[in-house]
Each structure stands twice: as structure tokens, then as C-alpha cells.
Design a protein around this ligand. Structure first.
Ligand code: FMN
Ligand code: SF4
Length: 508
């Protein structure tokens, strides 16, 4: 009997380790021989811990499992009270296009053999048969854009590093993942770490870098240990090291752990932190692509950007760019969180409307109350009211409507949420997380909190002041922390003026 219990941190937080131990104990008690695989998450967080049992028909899913549900796994599976059916036939799975997350939850994350059986290393092997310029051309042609937030074309960034002249170049993977509602990077690192390793090795070949770093945060201890073990396994198998897959070309990498400051996800601040310095933002230019880690040309890419590269090299740019809409090509790992019925990770081609994502896929709110708004793109993203739920999920459409998709985290709020408090929270967050380098952000965020408090006390004159302050932060901040905090603030004010009505407090 082959049983799968996720080792994913979200599943563990919901009791996966206890369920796994109970399964082992029950099997021993009954004298049943089992193989227990700790897999990644399938992304259905509301069903975690989601246990799977291999059957002749395919893998059957059970969840959310508790230790009390374990004994029944050894009896008639179909009659199990938590039986959900075949995993691959669950609506959540059927509706997805899993390219980057194709293996996550399917394979044993640390089995290189299983990885190869599921198309692993094909992209790297193809990359080894191409010139550096051709690898970059393939990535550029695929339409892949940065999944970390800014949406910059990955191929163009790589070309800048490839053509830079230097004795040493670096690949830095941004795995800081500080945005609210986001967990895709963590899920991939825990559930399918070899995909990230393969993507970084391809990036190294493409630009002529022999060393890579994964910069992640101390709040991700499972991802850190999983990635570290996967790197050791890849090195022992010759996937990494002085001769990648026997090619004679070197690439190796290591994991570095930061202390989890939000601003350390900003690429120049990240590079400072990686160099052992304080995580403050560097002015650009120079671009990290030309003067990055230790002053050398450096590719800084998000986990999902890099993990999307193996499938692009394996299946070809044309295959990948066929998914999506307009200039938003390929797939995006949507992360549904907050007050949502079906929270989790859902990979799909760009182009679904926000309403389809929140109402159909997410199933509305967990509380059952009407959805009031959704914040898209993390703490610097705008709040979208229901009136904008026809917005297609693309970089361009969100920008046109005063928002951003960022790392594709969606925080759902029901009608009990006070948007004035959300605006205050955004400014408070900025005040706490500001690196302090520039005045509009360092002081503006603090003044912003005070100004929102004045509005809450019924001071009408404070509303134009808040707008003015947001304009200054937007125009004068050095990086997007100060520059984009106005998005959640102004979207809350614009779409939900009643929550800022100055008579409210007086009337209450
Ligand atoms: C305040 C701030 C925090 C950021 N945090 C992250 C992060 O956690 N992960 C990430 O990939 N990008 C983050 N970014 C974006 C990075 O600066 C950079 O654009 C990204 O790593 C580039 O990779 P990509 O092109 O693959 O998206 C952040 C940006 C800012 C301004
Ligand atoms: S906007 Fe804020 S976080 Fe960014 S450089 Fe200025 S002070 Fe630092």
C-alpha cells in the first residue's frame, strides 16, 4: 500500500505529521506493509492534510484528514468518510494548467529518479545542446515575465547579463516571498525543489554564471532544509558541480537565509543582505544585471520565474506562449487566501476574470458573507471592488485599472471589513517595513497613518491631504515599497468612500 502525506508546511501546520505518524502506527498494528511518501502539496489547502492512497484506478484523495480518520484508510476506501475521489479528477485539479507545478504533490520531492520519470532534467539537457544566445532567445520568445512582482521580461534581463563582460556572474533566486497571501515559492521549494535547481542551472548556462544563490527567509525552515537536501542530492548526482550532467560546464548553488524583512525582497536590498550588509535599497542605475552581487553582473529572478524555465526549454517557447492573453503569456500560480472558501494554489493561463477566480474557483468567502473586495498583488496591491470583477487577470488589464498582479496573491475580504482600517494598515505596514533610505516613504508612511486617524475622527480636511501625500509618495519614493503603498490606500478611498465618510464617527 502506497500512501502520500504532504510534508508541505501548510499541511504540517494543519496536522500532517500527526496523521503520518498515525498511519505508520496503524499499519504496524495491523501488520500491513506500507510505503509512506511525504509529497508536496496539491495546492488544495482547505483540504489539508490531504492524504492520497495509490489504487489501480489512480490516486484516491482523502481530506481534511485527522488522526481519527486514519483507521478507516485500512478498510473499504470508497466508504471512507473523508473520501474525495480520484485526485486528478477533482474539479480543482481538472480546471488547472499545471506547467510549473506539474510535479508538485505528484512525486517524492527528493527523488531524482521520480523527477526524471516526470520530464525532469529534459529542459536542462536541451539547454546543454544550445548556445547561450539560443537559450536566452527561447526564454525571450516564450514571453515569460518576472513572476516576483514587476513583470519584467525574463529573456531581456538574461540578455543584459549574458552580454555583460565579467570574470564572474551570478544567478540569484529571490525566494524572500514577503507578500501577503503568497506561498507559491514556498510550495515549490518544498514540493518540487529540483525544478528550481534545474531552472537556475539553465539560467547559469544562458548567461555564463557558475554560481547561484537562493535567498529565502528564516520563517521558511522547511523550504530551507528541503532545498538544501535537494542541492546535495543534485550535486552528488552530477546535476550540479564542476561538470553539469557531464558537460564540462560548471554550475553550483547554495541557500542563504535572511531574517525576513519585507524590503529584503526588493532586489537591491536583497543583494545587500546577501553580501552581509544591512538590507537597504540601492539606487538604480547601476542595474543588478550589470553590477549586482559583489558588483558583478547578476540575474535576480523570482522562484516561479526560474521554475518556469525548465518546461519552456523542454516543450519549447511556442508551447508556453500559447497559454495566456495578450502580452501576459504562459501560466500564473494564483494564490487564494484571506476570507475565502477554497484557499490554495491554482495554476492557470493568464486571462480568467477576477470574478471567475474569486467566486468560481475560490467559492466566495469562508464566512459565507458577500465578497466586498480583493487585494491583488500583496500589501502594495490595490483593492478591487466587485464592480471591477470583470478585469481579466493579466499584467496589462490590472495596470489599466489602477492595480498590479504582483506575485499573484489574492486576499479576499467580506462585507464586514472596514476599508479605512485596511488603508491605515497599508500605511502602518510601510512605516514598519520602510528601509528608511528616502523621505517620502520613511516619513510619509508615518504621516499617512496619522492622517487616516484624523479622517476616522471626522476631520474632512484630512482627505485631500491623504491624496496629496499619496501623490508625493508615489512620485518621490526610491523603490516600490514607498511608491506603491498609495495603491491600497487610494483604491480603498476611491472605491469605498463610505468607509471614509467623515460624518460616520460623529453619527456613531
Ligand atoms: C518592497 C519590495 C519587496 C519585494 N519582494 C519580493 C519578493 O519577496 N520576491 C520577489 O521575487 N520579488 C520581490 N520584489 C521584486 C524584486 O525587486 C524583483 O523585481 C524581482 O525579484 C525580480 O524577479 P522577477 O523578474 O523574476 O520577478 C519586491 C519588490 C519590492 C519593491
Ligand atoms: S521607498 Fe521606502 S523602502 Fe524603498 S528605498 Fe525609500 S525608504 Fe527604503
Amino acid at each position: 500500500m502506497r500512501v502520500y502525506v504532504p510534508l508541505d508546511a501548510a499541511a504540517k501546520a494543519l496536522g500532517a505529521d500527526e496523521v503520518a505518524a498515525a498511519i505508520q502506527a496503524e499499519a504496524a498494528r495491523r501488520g500491513v506493509e506500507i510505503t509512506l511518501v511525504r509529497n508536496g502539496s496539491r495546492g488544495m489547502v482547505w483540504l489539508e492534510p490531504l492524504v492520497e492512497v495509490a489504487t489501480d484506478l489512480g490516486r484516491m484523495a482523502f481530506g481534511p484528514m485527522t488522526t481519527a480518520d486514519v483507521a478507516a484508510l485500512f478498510e473499504d476506501l470508497k466508504a471512507h468518510p473523508k473520501a474525495l475521489g480520484l485526485t486528478e479528477e477533482l474539479p480543482w485539479m481538472l480546471r488547472q494548467t499545471r506547467l510549473t507545478f506539474a510535479r508538485c504533490g505528484v512525486i517524492d520531492p527528493l527523488s531524482l529518479d521520480e523527477y526524471e520519470l516526470h520530464h525532469g532534467l529534459k529542459g536542462l539537457k536541451r539547454a546543454l545542446s544550445l548556445s547561450d544566445a539560443d537559450i536566452v532567445a527561447e526564454v525571450r520568445e516564450s514571453g515569460l515575465r518576472g513572476r516576483g512582482g514587476a513583470g519584467f521580461p525574463t529573456g531581456i534581463k538574461w540578455e543584459t547579463v549574458r552580454t555583460a563582460k565579467a570574470d564572474q556572474k551570478y544567478i540569484v533566486c529571490n525566494a524572500d516571498e514577503g507578500d501577503s497571501a503568497t506561498f507559491a515559492d514556498r510550495m515549490l521549494m518544498e514540493g518540487d525543489p529540483f525544478t528550481l535547481i534545474e531552472g537556475m542551472a539553465i539560467a547559469g548556462l544562458a548567461v555564463g554564471a557558475t554560481k547561484g544563490y537562493i535567498y529565502t527567509r528564516s520563517e521558511y525552515p522547511d523550504a530551507v532544509s528541503q532545498m538544501t537536501r535537494a542541492i546535495q542530492i543534485a550535486r552528488a548526482a552530477g546535476v550540479l558541480g564542476p561538470s553539469v550532467l557531464g558537460s564540462g560546464r560548471a554550475f553550483d548553488m547554495e541557500v542563504r537565509v535572511g531574517a525576513g524583512a519585507y524590503v529584503c525582497g526588493e532586489e537591491t536590498s536583497l543583494l545587500n543582505s546577501l553580501e552581509g550588509k544591512r538590507g537597504t535599497v540601492r539606487a538604480k542605475p547601476p542595474l543588478p544585471a550589470l553590477q549586482g552581487f559583489l558588483g558583478k553582473p547578476t540575474v535576480v529572478n523570482n522562484v516561479i520565474s526560474l521554475a518556469s524555465v525548465p518546461v519552456i526549454l523542454d516543450r519549447g517557447a511556442a508551447f508556453y506562449k500559447n497559454f495566456g492573453m495578450g502580452r501576459s503569456q504562459g501560466t500564473m500560480a494564483l494564490q487564494l487566501a484571506g476570507n475565502v472558501k477554497f484557499g490554495g494554489l491554482f495554476e492557470t493561463a493568464f486571462g480568467l476574470t477576477l470574478g471567475e477566480i474569486v467566486d468560481d474557483i475560490g467559492g466566495g468567502t469562508a464566512t459565507g458573507r458577500p465578497v466586498k473586495a480583493v487585494q491583488v498583488g500583496g500589501p502594495l496591491g490595490a483593492w478591487f471592488p466587485r464592480a471591477l470583477f470583470d478585469t481579466p487577470f493579466t499584467y496589462e488589464d490590472f495596470a489599466t485599472r489602477g492595480g498590479l498582479i504582483g506575485h499573484a496573491g489574492l486576499t479576499v475580504a467580506d462585507d464586514s471589513v472596514d476599508m479605512l482600517k485596511m488603508a491605515r494598515f497599508a500605511l502602518e505596514f510601510c512605516a514598519i517595513e520602510s528601509c528608511g533610505k528616502c523621505t517620502p516613504c520613511r516619513l510619509g508612511a508615518v504621516r499617512g497613518v496619522e492622517t487616516v486617524d484624523r479622517i476616522a475622527r471626522g476631520d474632512a480636511a484630512a482627505i485631500p491631504l491623504l491624496t496629496d501625500l499619496c501623490d508625493t509618495m508615489k512620485a518621490g519614493s526610491l523603490c516600490a515599497l514607498g511608491g506603491f503603498t498609495p495603491y491600497p490606500v487610494m483604491s480603498a478611498l476611491t472605491h469605498f468612500p463610505d468607509d471614509f465618510a467623515v460624518m460616520r464617527e460623529a453619527a456613531e
